[in-house]
Design a protein around this ligand. Structure first.
Ligand SMILES: Nc1ncnc2c1ncn2[C@@H]1O[C@H](COP(=O)(O)OP(=O)(O)OP(=O)(O)O)[C@@H](O)[C@H]1O
Ligand SMILES: [Mg+2]
Length: 208
């Protein structure tokens, strides 16, 4: 069985995750690897349908518990239909967000939910990335970038600067909890500089 590589990008809204996921995918493809570039919530047909339930509409549309179940339903489909098959044939899977986003966002919304998040993950997902890049960013800069896009998928951005500050701290704590898997990257650089840091860390992990 060939061994794929599973990489995730995490960070607060507008920190540059999508930009960096794409740049890494381009670089690895140029080096001859098969790359599956995907995102959460979504990434597979079923998960994209669930994404629309999550990212559109009133922020109060779902209770926190229901929201966690929807994220896990979407992630289960994404893992079953896209991620596991790609890893099994030896591809590099790069996902723009994965379970760490659920841990941090739901944990910040209500700390007591973290137990439910972890239990559900163990029960129905049961897979972690080999390597996770957290793009660390000043929320004020990142928020301005995110809102500037005006994508309509702005439920989370609308939660405001204080929430983004708490998310940044949440990602920082998570990186301390999983030092083998999570690498913090300084996002306050040009896209190319950030990409060079990402590539250097990936090489270091693969060689080490
Ligand atoms: N290093 C950078 N310097 C300046 N602008 C950047 C940088 N990286 C990304 N951007 C720009 O900032 C905006 C947000 O970047 P991007 O979409 O990659 O972030 P994101 O983390 O995926 O955001 P979201 O959480 O909203 O999906 C985009 O307009 C992008 O072109
Ligand atoms: Mg993005």
């Amino acid at each position: 069985m060939p061994d794929g590589l599973f990489i995730s990008f995490e960070g607060i809204d507008g920190s540059g995750k999508s930009t960096q996921a794409r740049l890494l995918a381009d670089g690895l493809r140029a080096a001859g690897r098969e790359v599956v570039l995907t995102r959460e919530p979504g990434g597979s047909d079923g998960a994209e349908a669930i994404r629309r339930l999550l990212v559109e509409g009133d922020p109060e549309r779902w209770s926190a518990e229901t929201e966690i179940l929807l994220f896990n339903a979407a992630r289960r489909d994404h893992v079953e239909r896209l991620i596991r098959p790609a890893l099994a044939r030896g591809a590099v899977v790069i996902t723009d967000r994965f379970a760490d986003s659920t841990r941090v966002y739901q944990g910040v919304a209500r700390a007591s939910l973290r137990g439910l998040v972890d239990q559900l993950h163990d029960l129905v997902i049961g897979i972690e990335p080999d390597l996770t890049f957290v793009i660390d960013m000043d929320p004020e800069v990142a928020l301005a970038r995110g809102l500037a896009r005006g994508s309509g998928e702005d439920r989370f951005e609308e939660l405001g600067l204080g929430f983004q500050e708490a998310l940044r701290a949440g990602f920082f704590d998570l990186a301390l909890s999983f030092p083998e898997r999570i690498v913090m990257i300084n996002g306050a650089q040009t896209p190319d500089e950030v990409a060079q840091d990402v590539a250097a860390q990936l090489r270091a992990r693969l060689d080490g």
